[in-house]
Design a protein around this ligand. Sequence first.
Ligand code: C5P
Length: 216
Amino acid sequence: MKKIILALDISDIYQAKRIVNQTYQYVDIYKIGPGLFIEYGRSIIDYIIGINKKIFLDLKLYDIPITVQRAVKAAYNLGVFSLTIHASGGEKMMKAVTSVVNRPKIWAVTILTSEATSTEKVLQMVKIANSCDVDGVISSPLEIESIKKQYGKTFNVITPGIRLQNQDNDDQLRVSTPINAIKKGADFIVIGRTILKDKNPIETLKKIYEDIQNLT
Ligand code: C5P
């Protein structure tokens, strides 16, 4: 599967569909966050699945176990490929979710890439998430190597906080370039504004995609 996950952080569904149509050669998984989901949930999801692409539903769920479990079942019924929950929701919540038989992949958010933290703190959260059998974790690029070293290749690491060299970090703090994140072992990199705010978004995406291809 292609390693770039494109974050559809766009509030206009027509624009979101246009971006999907322009980028499908370079992307297999599109990330939908609360902004687009709350207003256009089923219609944007059906559209993307209809062109044989996958949905990463990034709702970062954090609630009591039964409530999150119900949301996970609903996401499965929508055809979602992967869904985020907060690892800080704790063991009971994560186990309630991973015990669901028919469910999307569960990726646990450790510490947001917009926050300053230490690798140790992220690793503590990864340890709990891993023991609850989640399929992977969301971390910043700075922690990928340590997570991979401890938990091996099959435990997925998905990293936002991706910026090109000399680019504005916006609200992100723990960042790296796409190539660096892939070299360090990221299974997927999540890219939003680097593409969406670019003057030539498709060319920039193509370049990142080709650079990654050339690594393998
Ligand atoms: O625009 P940018 O590339 O910074 O977007 C990153 C995307 O990844 C956003 O949609 C954000 O919600 C998401 N994300 C994040 N940090 C996390 C988890 C998800 O930035 N820990």
